[in-house]
Design a protein around this ligand. Structure first.
Ligand SMILES: Cc1cc2nc3c(=O)[nH]c(=O)nc-3n(C[C@H](O)[C@H](O)[C@H](O)COP(=O)(O)OP(=O)(O)OC[C@H]3O[C@@H](n4cnc5c(N)ncnc54)[C@H](O)[C@@H]3O)c2cc1C
Length: 403
C-alpha cells in the first residue's frame, strides 16, 4: 500500500463493504437460520425442505456460495475476505449449508487435484448444492492419528480402475453424500509412509454401504461405512497414486482453519447468551451480573475468545498467502477447540439447569466444543507436532537433529 489518498480511500471502501457483507450474513443467520435450527436438526424431509427454502433465499439476497469461484457459480470472495464473514455464518452449524459455502473445502481440493473428467463431472454440481461429498480417512481398527496404518486397500482392476475394500467410521454426512473421498493403500504394506492414495468413490457404486449411524453425545450426522470391492474409475484419483498424505495435509490445514472460524462464531453466540442471562436473571441478592464469580466466568470467556481470534486469522493469512501454516494452524486449532469448550461450559453454568435443557442451543454448542478437541486430530497430536517443529530449531548438544 502507498501513502496516496486514493489507496486509503479504496481500502476504507473495501472495509466498509466487508463490514456490510458481514452484517448481512449475520442478519441472515440470526433471523432466518437460527429460528429454524430445531427443524434442521431433526433431519428428514422437513429439514430438506427448510434447507432448500433457506438456500433459495440466500440466492435471492446475493449471499449464495460467496467464497466459491465465480466460474463455478460462486461469489469469488477470497479466503481473507470470506474469513471476515465466516464467524457470523458459522454461528449456526447450519449457516454454511444454508449459504452455500459448505463445499468450499471439497471444491478447493477437487479443483486443485482432480483431473479434467472429475472436475467437469462434479465441481459445478457441488457449488450449486445439487450433490454432496464427504471425507473418509478414520477407521475403526487403526488409530486415526496414524494414517500409515490405513487398512482400506485399493488394487488395480482389469480395466485400469481401482477396486476398493475397507471400513471407515465417523465419516461426517456419509448418509446423504453422493461422493466420498476415501484414503486407501494402493501400494506398499502396513505402516509404510508411501503408497496411500485418495480415491473419489461415488456412493451409488455397488459394494458401498452405510453400516450405521454413530450418534456423538446424542447428535446424529456421523456414519460408519463399508466398501466391499467397490469399483472406482481410474480417473477418480486426487493427484497421483501415492499423493494422499500431501493432499490430506493441505486439506486438513484449510479444513481446520475454516472450522476454527465457525467455532469462534459459535463461542461468541454462547458468550452473548451468557451475558444476557447474567444481566436478566435476578435473585434476592440482585442480578447474577453483580456476582463476582459470575463476572469471573465472563472475563475468562472473553479473554479466551479475544486471544483465540487473532491466532485463527494469522493461520488464515498464511494459508491465503500460500505459506507454510502448520504451526499457526496447530496453535489455532487447539486454542479454538479449548475456547469453544470453555465458553460453552461457562454459559451453561450461568444458565443453571436451563443451560442443560432443550430451550437454548447451549447443549449443542457444548457438544461441538467437546468433539472439537478430537476431530481433525486430537489436541495431543497438534501439541506434540507444533512443539517438535519449534524444538527442531534448538539443536541439543550431542543429539543428531530429527529428519
Ligand atoms: C464429530 C466427529 C466428526 C468426525 N468427522 C470425520 C470425518 O468426516 N472424516 C474422518 O475421516 N474422520 C472424522 N472424524 C474422526 C477424527 O478425525 C478422529 O477421531 C481423530 O483423528 C482421532 O482418531 P481416533 O479417534 O482414531 O483416535 P486415536 O488415534 O486412537 O487417538 C485416541 C487418543 O489417543 C491420544 N493420542 C493420539 N495420538 C497421540 C499423540 N501423538 N500423543 C499423545 N496422545 C495421543 C489422544 O488422547 C487421542 O484422543 C470425526 C470425529 C468426530 C468426533
Amino acid at each position: 500500500m502507498t501513502d496516496s489518498g486514493t489507496d486509503h480511500t479504496s481500502v476504507r471502501q473495501q472495509d466498509a463493504e466487508g463490514h456490510e457483507l458481514r452484517d448481512r450474513i449475520d442478519r441472515f443467520v440470526r433471523t432466518r437460520v437460527i429460528p429454524r435450527e430445531a427443524v434442521l436438526d431433526g433431519g428428514g424431509p422437513a429439514a430438506a425442505q427448510t434447507l432448500a427454502e433457506l438456500r433459495g433465499r440466500a440466492q435471492a439476497e446475493g449471499l449464495w456460495a460467496l467464497p466459491l469461484p465465480v466460474e463455478l457459480g460462486g461469489g469469488g470472495l477470497g479466503l481473507r475476505a470470506y474469513a471476515a464473514t465466516a464467524e457470523a455464518e458459522g454461528a449456526s452449524e447450519h449457516g454454511p449449508a444454508a449459504l452455500g459455502s459448505a463445499p468450499l473445502l471439497d471444491v478447493t481440493m477437487l479443483a486443485r487435484h482432480g483431473g479434467p473428467a472429475v472436475r467437469e463431472a462434479y465441481l459445478k454440481a457441488l457449488v450449486a448444492g445439487e450433490i454432496r461429498t464427504c471425507y473418509a480417512m478414520t477407521e475403526p481398527d487403526v488409530p486415526g492419528t496414524d494414517p500409515f496404518r490405513t487398512g482400506t486397500r485399493a488394487e488395480r482392476g482389469p480395466d485400469g480402475g481401482w477396486i476398493v475394500t475397507g471400513r471407515k467410521w465417523f465419516t461426517s454426512g456419509a448418509a446423504g453424500a453422493d461422493l466420498v473421498t476415501v484414503m486407501a493403500r494402493t501400494h506398499g504394506g502396513d505402516g509404510d509412509r508411501e503408497g496411500l492414495t485418495l480415491l473419489l468413490v461415488p456412493t451409488a457404486s455397488a459394494g458401498f454401504r452405510v453400516v450405521r449411524e454413530l450418534p456423538v453425545l446424542g447428535a446424529g450426522g456421523q456414519y460408519e461405512i463399508e466398501l466391499d470391492r467397490v469399483r472406482v474409475p481410474a480417473d477418480h484419483v486426487l493427484g497421483e497414486p501415492g499423493d494422499a498424505l500431501a493432499i490430506a495435509g493441505e486439506r486438513l490445514q484449510l479444513g481446520r482453519t475454516l472450522r476454527c472460524l465457525r467455532w469462534l462464531g459459535q463461542a461468541q453466540r454462547a458468550f452473548d447468551l451468557m451475558c444476557e442471562r447474567a444481566a436478566t436473571r435476578s435473585g434476592s441478592r440482585g442480578p447474577l451480573a453483580d456476582q463476582q464469580l459470575v463476572q469471573s466466568h465472563v472475563f475468562d470467556a472473553l479473554l479466551a475468545l479475544r486471544t483465540t481470534r487473532p491466532l485463527v486469522h494469522e493461520a488464515v493469512a498464511l494459508i491465503d498467502a500460500g505459506r507454510d501454516a502448520r504451526t499457526e494452524v496447530g496453535l489455532a486449532k487447539v486454542a479454538a477447540a479449548r475456547m469453544l469448550q470453555q465458553v460453552t461450559d461457562s454459559a451453561i453454568q450461568i444458565h443453571g439447569a436451563a443451560g442443560l435443557g432443550p430451550d437454548t442451543p447451549l447443549p449443542g454448542l457444548f457438544r461441538t466444543g467437546r468433539a472439537a478437541r478430537i476431530l481433525d486430530g486430537p489436541d495431543e497430536l497438534h501439541i506434540t507436532s507444533v512443539a517438535r517443529r519449534i524444538l527442531r530449531d534448538h539443536p541439543r548438544p550431542g543429539v543428531a537433529p530429527e529428519a
